[in-house]
Design a binder for this molecule. Structure first.
Ligand code: GLU
Length: 420
């Protein structure tokens, strides 16, 4: 794996050292954002978990990890804080991976609740509205196996660690503080048990939930975790597949509709990066196919989102075009070259062939049916990195059409990217 940005030798967050050198252009961008946003006043540090009230309101850090595993960080990049609600998408991912989407959603909904994170928000079937509010997250934790307490938590911890690319540990003081005071969460657990959706016992689920919320992370950890989802479930630093591509997509979907407490609509409009925030002041944002971002600054707005975190991500999305619904100027062409010699047409493809790319390819191949000068077609896949199922089906159908029309078509696939 390439951990080197050109001309800038660096180590990786797995070693605890993302790039921070001042001259690097990406660092300059992040520094600019940090400086601009650092003066933003307002917001209140959460104190309903007593231990969280000790957080330094001035602490502020931003980290970004590329799909190739290059990491950049500015500000307080090593300061640990508890992950809190940002653990929820990852436990959701694990539950989906283990039980499948339908089974998980028989227990928890997928609708934004429009209510605060700790609301008593159950739908007409007795399910919490979504897995990003506390009630839904406690249910999701209860769905992860194996059920026994210590065993389940260790399983959760090891999977979140795989997302982060290093072993995460519990901040025991924050855990105890929440375990002693988190009666509202216990109540949510009992309501979900009464609704028939929590896999009991409640205290076991709630304890594991408190522990998962008390895992200690840095902004760099958040950025690596976000990047792992952004690239479809493979940690770009360690190369480990943590969840399937489909599970990563489901998780990003839930984050984009329900990840920012009661501000999902506003967030989608102005920032448009699937994200999850937590009461300790962290925000994790995962731009699909692109970057993972982590931001930390404890003062929260009325919705419970980090004031500076929201502002920093808004700037990042706007200035660097990371909104997930941006439209590309032109769709990338999968055709590398087309050459004809005699009655043979040689079509070379490149890159990732998805449905959109395959539609361009088969349209080009279809033209040869009417072109009487062409009797033989070769499709060369040497530069192709992958084929989606839909693309494979489309190409197979077109090859069939060509054969029917008397055009002799062969596919050269020296690396076997087209699969079976
Ligand atoms: N552990 C916190 C709670 O359950 C997490 C809340 C949050 O970050 O939104 O209250």
């Amino acid at each position: 794996m390439d951990h080197l940005a050109h001309g800038h030798p660096r180590t990786t967050p797995a070693d605890g050292h993302p790039a921070t050198e001042e001259g690097h252009p990406v660092i300059r961008v992040l520094e600019g954002i940090r400086e601009e946003v650092a003066d933003l006043a307002g917001g209140v540090v959460a104190d309903y978990i007593p231990e969280l009230a000790h957080a330094d309101p001035e602490a502020f850090g931003i980290a970004v990890v590329s799909p190739h595993g290059r990491a950049y960080a500015v500000g307080e990049t090593d300061r640990p804080f508890t992950i809190q609600s940002i653990s929820k998408p990852f436990v959701y991912a694990l539950a989906v991976e283990e039980r499948g989407l339908d089974d998980v959603h028989a227990h928890v909904g997928a609708e934004p609740s429009g209510e605060p994170f700790n609301a008593i928000s159950l739908d007409e079937r007795g399910r919490p509205e979504n897995p990003m509010i506390n009630a839904g997250a406690i249910v999701t934790t209860s769905l992860v196996g194996p059920g026994e307490r210590g065993v389940r938590f260790e399983h959760l911890r090891s999977v979140l660690s795989a997302f982060a690319g290093r072993e995460l540990v519990v901040d025991e003081a924050v855990y105890r503080s929440e375990a002693e005071t988190g009666h509202r969460n216990r109540a949510l657990g009992y309501l979900s048990l009464a609704g028939g959706v929590l896999v009991g016992p409640v205290e076991a689920a709630v304890q594991d939930y408190f522990r998962q919320c008390a895992l200690s992370v840095t902004v760099v950890d958040l950025a690596v975790m976000a990047a792992t989802l952004a690239v479809g479930g493979v940690n770009p630093l360690t190369g480990e597949r943590v969840v399937s591509q489909r599970t990563a997509r489901h998780t990003l979907s839930i984050m984009s509709s329900c990840g920012m407490y009661d501000r999902a609509g506003e967030w989608g409009l102005r920032v448009g990066i699937p994200a999850k925030s937590g009461v300790s002041g962290g925000i994790l944002a995962s731009a699909p196919g692109a970057f993972g971002v982590g931001v930390f600054s404890p003062p929260l707005d009325e919705a419970g989102n980090s004031v500076r975190g929201v502002a920093a991500l808004g700037r990042l999305s706007d200035d660097y075009d990371l909104h997930m619904l941006r439209t590309p100027a032109e769709p990338p062409s999968p055709v590398h070259s087309v050459t004809r010699s005699g009655d043979t047409l040689d079509v070379r493809l490149r890159g990732e062939i998805d449905f959109l790319a395959a539609e361009q390819v088969v349209s080009r191949l279809a033209e040869t049916i009417d072109d009487t000068r062409v009797r033989t077609v070769t499709v060369e896949l040497e530069r192709v990195s992958g084929f989606s199922d839909a693309a494979r089906a489309l190409l197979a159908a077109e090859l069939h059409e060509l054969a029917e029309a008397g055009v002799d078509a062969t596919v050269r696939d020296p690396r076997g990217v087209r699969g079976a």
